[in-house]
Design a protein around this ligand. Structure first.
Ligand SMILES: Nc1ncnc2c1ncn2[C@@H]1O[C@H](COP(=O)(O)OP(=O)(O)OP(=O)(O)O)[C@@H](O)[C@H]1O
Ligand SMILES: [Mg+2]
Length: 864
């Protein structure tokens, strides 16, 4: 950061001429000058001016590279050196030998490339469209009115209104602020919120010292402000450091597994190509044919369609999730979603109705009191922080009771914060008395009080009174009420600025009892989640007893309860242990929520976190899977990988299922590839050493590969057996390796049987041999996909329509290929019917054999 600022200063010391340079030190010059520089006013822009600026300065985004450009995907397809070598070799062989063969090779390679490209491209377009559904918006003054627009449309010169929970859209200076605290940890590393106010700071002020500026990417913790935007997009500090900040997300477990798998196949392929070339060379076979043969084999082995398959299954998963109301913001989190085995959730709105209702305002004796409600109303009415259900419920109740606070005047506010868990207002009444009115969690309010209001008297808070208050509080909590304490104190008038330090020596005047009943329909979902081996843990800022009440109501078995103060006493190692066994974490502040997530992840869990408040953002970020809702504050949405359209656990359960299906289907493609395709190529390499001719021509191998790819592409939409979504999935290299050996071996046995039948039984000549082997290898690849897609006997699991239809179509096509005159250019010859029958018979036996091997594999070898 320092380095960057120095560069910037260097820039300033030269002749300022461009816009960026003129506004480069805007924090140290007068507001009037900044306004003049930008030709704007504190009243905001006119809409037409704004759109002119938008085309001048560009969209307010930092996305540096266009993620899914046609060029990038195209390049991905052909960047494989293998394909390039193959094209090159084909051209050379064309020049020295037969043009037709070379051309066929080129055409088939082009076909495969276009197929992969078109699939991957349309998948990426679909994903982009889905992702656009969650846009972060800003409240901008346009034409003198506050207007909600996508943050991308913010331009220099705009005036933006910010409140708690807002993400700051661009860099600017503060025009007006009210208890305005900003968290700018992303830029400065400082985790405590800092206050921002209007003013001027020195030209050399560091980022942390620019208390008059707000920066893109940071967020508002409390209070409100009006800011004037100076720099947008890549001109912002965040934009400048973004390349470093948003560096590629770490590989998921699944991606890592895929990589490993790809590398393994590439290594095998290299060894094979080189040895085949060497052997054929010694055996004096035609050089170019052998070279092309070896390269085509290599293409056959390399899982060239894997990137496309991964994109297609992911985009298919994203679309399905979208149908259920889950918007995917980070695509490769879909598989993590399926892997999740612990789900931490907040309480309000997820487990409860979320519509909070003020059940009663009580005095110290526990009697309903209008006076208490009145003070509560003053507090709730004047607070300017985030709209929240508690304050709304108070206002509603006070209105219904006809309470009028018109004579009250607000003097100051000490905004709500998640660690202090209280909110104070200083107000003055008609008699010009000033009161500090504080409401908050009982465990914070009670220690701040020295006395209690006893009827019209005030008496000291002694041990006996404290006990009786705590008992009442405990009883109400157990009944499921969220209880806030309400305390007041008369304050001096010398000053208008009060801080949380004034919240002491207060008088407790009563209690506010809120009711937020548990949702009736979540019990079923929790049961479903349990069936899928996902544990539920509740993490809430609320009181332990209330949380327990809700859990009991929903029949969530509660093992252990940890409170915020318990947590503070433990070091990390102990916490790892404790977190494992606890079901409820209560009275947690935002940082404690994050600590719990870390602890659970440390003990090997894949952790999901669901929350919608500013206080949930740190935990959302540190979880493997962050889940939020559309109605959540921007910071929470921004930190989430998935956004639910409704706060509903059942949507979440469907999301988990889709995640697991996506994983299962990608795995199916891999299993198909390694069982038949791979085995075939190896067998072919083996037999080529023995045969005096090439077992297949290069063009035939490529055609084979091309045709078997088609059904492969439909795997994304295949049905998934229930037992595949029952458990979280984890990539397992050993499983893949064992699978490859066992199924590859089975395939090879049948391949050599085929070779034997062709050579010794039917005495096939080269062209006939190739045609026969072409049919057999393609048939086995097509049918095996239907066998390995399920762990059940294949006839007990119905394939998806597309997969079934395309498999049947290509099986049919394979059988008639030798009889299609047009395909003669591939040098196929019509086979005698008995030979064709023998091949079909062999394939059927092969299916039965693989079924038995599969049964053996899943009962004996891979019991997982
Ligand atoms: N507006 C408010 N005024 C005063 N006190 C509040 C206010 N909002 C919350 N509190 C206190 O802070 C506690 C924690 O609230 P917070 O909103 O942080 O919980 P949470 O973790 O979001 O809960 P949940 O899991 O239910 O979403 C509340 O139980 C209450 O005692
Ligand atoms: Mg909350």
């Amino acid at each position: 950061m320092k380095h960057f600022l120095m560069n910037r200063k260097k820039m300033i010391s030269q002749q300022p001429s461009t816009f960026a340079e003129m506004t480069a030190n805007y924090w140290s010059i007068s507001l009037d000058q900044v306004l003049k520089e930008l030709n704007a006013s504190v009243e905001g822009l006119q809409a037409n001016d704004a759109s002119a600026r938008l085309s001048k300065y560009g969209l307010n985004t930092i996305r540096v590279k266009q993620q899914n450009s046609i060029g990038r995907i195209m390049l991905n397809q052909i960047k494989s050196p293998l394909v390039l070598i193959l094209i090159f070799a084909a051209i050379i062989s064309g020049i020295v030998g037969e043009w037709v063969d070379a051309l066929i090779v080129l055409v088939v390679v082009a076909g495969s490339t276009i197929l992969g490209f078109s699939q991957e491209y349309s998948a990426s377009v679909a994903i982009d469209k889905l992702r656009k559904q969650v846009t972060i918006k800003s409240n901008i003054l346009r034409d003198g009115k506050s207007t909600i627009l996508p943050s991308e449309n913010v331009v220099p010169g705009d005036v933006v209104l910010l409140s708690a929970g807002s993400l700051i859209p661009a860099d600017g200076i503060v025009l007006e602020a009210n208890d305005f605290f900003v968290n700018q940890a992303v830029l400065t590393g400082e985790t405590f919120p800092v206050e921002k106010k209007p003013g001027i700071v020195s030209e050399n002020a560091s980022l942390a010292e620019r208390t008059n500026c707000v920066f893109m990417g940071t967020n508002v913790r409390s209070g409100i402000a009006r800011v004037f935007i100076v720099q947008t997009g890549k001109e912002t500090i965040f934009g400048q450091v973004a390349e470093r900040l948003v560096s590629t997300p770490p590989e998921t477990e699944f991606e890592h597994g895929l990589h490993e798998f790809g590398t393994l196949l590439t290594q095998i392929m290299m060894v094979m190509v080189i040895s085949i070339l060497a052997l054929n060379f010694f055996m004096n076979k035609p050089f170019f044919d052998s070279l092309l043969f070896a390269l085509a084999l290599a293409v056959g082995i390399s899982p060239e369609l894997l990137p496309a398959i991964t994109s297609i299954t992911l985009s298919h998963g994203a679309k399905k999730m979208n149908e259920h109301g889950v918007i995917v913001r980070r695509l490769n989190a879909i598989e993590d979603f399926g892997n999740m085995d612990v789900l931490c959730t907040d309480k309000t709105g997820t487990l409860t109705e979320g519509v909070v209702h003020l059940d009663n305002a009580l005095d110290i004796f526990g009697n309903s009191s209008k006076d208490v409600l009145r003070y509560a109303m003053i507090n709730a009415h004047f607070q300017t922080g985030l709209d929240n259900p508690l304050d709304e419920a108070i206002q509603q109740a006070a209105q219904d009771a006809g309470i009028d606070i018109q004579d009250e005047q607000k003097i100051s506010e000490i905004p709500y914060d998640f660690v202090r868990k209280s909110l104070s207002i200083v107000a003055e009444n008609k008699q010009r008395q000033r009161f500090l009115i504080t409401k908050g969690a009982m465990d914070r309010i009670l220690p701040a009080c020295e006395s209690v209001q006893f009827g019209s008297d005030t008496i000291p808070l002694d041990a006996a009174t404290r006990d009786s208050i705590e008992k009442k509080f405990g009883d109400w909590s157990e009944e499921g009420f969220r209880v806030l304490g309400l305390a007041i104190k008369e304050v001096e008038k010398q000053t208008d600025s009060y801080t949380y330090k004034d919240e002491h020596a207060m008088t407790l005047i009563g209690f506010l009892l809120f009711l937020d009943p548990p949702k009736t329909d979540v019990e079923q979902t929790i049961e479903e989640l349990k069936k899928r081996n996902v544990q539920i843990k509740i993490i809430t800022g609320d009181n332990a007893k209330v949380a327990k009440h809700v859990a009991n109501h929903l029949h969530i078995p509660v093992q252990n309860i940890i409170t915020g103060s318990d947590l503070n006493k433990q070091n990390d190692q102990v916490l790892w242990h404790l977190a494992e066994s606890a079901t409820i974490f209560a009275e947690m502040d935002p940082n404690q929520k994050e600590r719990i997530i870390h602890a659970l992840r440390k003990t090997g869990h894949v952790v999901g976190y669901m929350g919608d408040g500013i206080n949930d953002a740190p935990a959302l970020r540190s979880a493997d899977i962050g889940i939020s809702v559309d109605t959540a504050v921007d910071v929470a949405k921004d930190a989430a990988d998935f956004v639910l359209l409704r706060k509903d656990l059942s949507i979440l359960q469907k999301g988990i299922d889709e995640g697991r299906k996506t994983y299962a289907n990608t795995l199916k493609y891999i299993l198909t590839t390694i069982s038949a395709n791979f085995g075939n190529m190896i067998s072919m390499a083996g037999i080529s050493v023995y045969l005096p001719f090439l077992p297949l021509l290069a063009s035939q191998i490529l055609l084979n590969n091309f045709l078997s790819d088609f059904p492969g592409l439909t795997i994304a939409s295949d049905n998934v057996d229930y037992e595949m979504i029952e458990k979280p999935n984890h990539w397992n290299t050993r499983f893949i390796r064992n699978y490859m050996i066992l199924f590859g071996l089975t395939s090879s046995i049948f391949d050599f049987l085929t070779f034997g039948v062709l050579l010794f039984f039917f005495h096939a000549q080269p062209d006939e041999f190739r045609t026969g082997w072409f049919i057999e290898s393609l048939l086995t690849e097509l049918v095996i996909a239907l066998v390995v897609r399920t762990r059940r006997p294949f006839f007990h699991s119905r394939p998806g329509n597309l997969l079934l239809a395309s498999s049947l179509f290509f099986i049919g096509l394979t059988l008639v290929i030798p009889y299609i005159p047009f395909l003669k250019i591939f040098r196929f010859v019509p086979l005698p019917i008995p030979l064709l029958m023998a091949l079909i018979g062999l394939t059927m036996v092969y299916v039965l054999a693989t079924e038995s091997v599969k049964k053996l594999f899943f009962t004996k070898i891979a019991k997982q």
